[in-house]
Ligand binder design. Structure first.
Ligand code: AMP
Length: 278
């Protein structure tokens, strides 16, 4: 609808659509296939597509720059933590595993989305009288931080509530950080080396507390944050928030999806107008 409306208003302006799934086209089949009957994949395209690709792509390039390397030789775990949250394993610049799936509901705990749940939940809730659309609504709009805290999907407010002794808000933070740490561990299975763990998104860029609470679960991986650098969101240290003893560097990188979209549009436009003359 957006494309048609713009075509009507500006018939001669080329339009570029940059898909958030595109960066994840390099996932190997073992990472994008679900353990479902083959026909689900071949007849209906049921597979893991991944999202936030524009942001994870930016992380791959920006981390390489900060580490004084090239994207093609840089491997990172990129955690995009905003209202939506996803984590991607990037091996030598390419996405090789990611937490969002067929839809952006899978994976981490998010503002109002549940992330992973037991698929057995669906028929259990049906037995309690919930329809498919009720369940969809609940998992997408009433779950995650909002559902656990019963108060808000806003991490800043949750941290304040938790500091004032509101236990459900503290629980929401605990579940969020624990799930994130589990996924960071899981992503190491897709990498043969790790140059940095990278945080981005509204929460990833601004919440020293969430990064620290998550890193507490990662001692076995040898990730240790420097409290001072973390508190300043890496702004005075080229993004670095890890201590010198950390086995792997941890970085904070403000994402810039708009810049990636603008560059992709410019690249297509520079390639000539023939693409646009259908
Ligand atoms: P985004 O979708 O990337 O804009 O991120 C939105 C999320 O970032 C919301 O949950 C905000 O509460 C959270 N956020 C922004 N600033 C902070 C902060 N200083 N501390 C904790 N969470 C923050």
């Amino acid at each position: 609808a957006g494309i048609r409306a713009m075509q009507a208003l500006f018939p001669n302006v080329p339009q570029v659509a940059v898909f958030d799934t595109a960066y994840h086209q390099t996932l190997p089949e073992r990472a994008y296939r679900y353990a479902l009957p083959e026909r689900c994949y071949s007849d209906w395209g049921v597979r893991r597509y991944g999202f936030h690709g524009t942001s994870h792509y930016f992380m791959a390039h920006e981390a390489a720059r900060l580490l004084d390397k090239t994207p093609a030789t840089t491997s990172i775990i990129s955690a995009h933590l905003g209202n939506g949250c996803s984590i991607t394993a990037i091996q030598n610049g390419l996405s090789v595993d990611t937490s969002m799936g067929l839809t952006p509901l899978e994976g981490l705990v998010m503002g109002t989305r549940s992330g992973d749940v037991d698929p057995g939940l669906f028929d259990y809730l049906a037995s309690r009288g919930m329809s498919a659309s009720d369940v969809h609504e609940m998992l997408n709009k009433e779950s995650g931080l909002q559902g656990l805290s019963g108060q808000t999907n806003d991490m800043r407010t949750l941290c304040e509530l938790a500091d004032h002794g509101h236990e459900p808000s503290q629980l929401a933070i605990d579940v969020f950080c624990f799930r994130l740490a589990r996924y960071i561990g899981a992503m190491t299975a897709s990498l043969t080396k790790l140059d940095a763990l990278v945080f981005t998104g509204g929460i990833g860029e601004n919440s020293a507390r969430i990064r620290q609470d998550t890193a507490r679960h990662l001692r076995l991986l040898g990730i240790e944050l420097d409290p001072d650098l973390n508190e300043h969101h890496g702004r005075w240290s080229d993004g670095r928030i890890s201590s010198p003893d950390s086995r792997y560097p941890a970085l904070v990188i403000p994402t810039n999806e708009e810049l990636v979209i603008a560059r992709e549009a410019a690249r297509l436009a520079a390639a000539g107008t023939e693409h646009f003359e259908e």
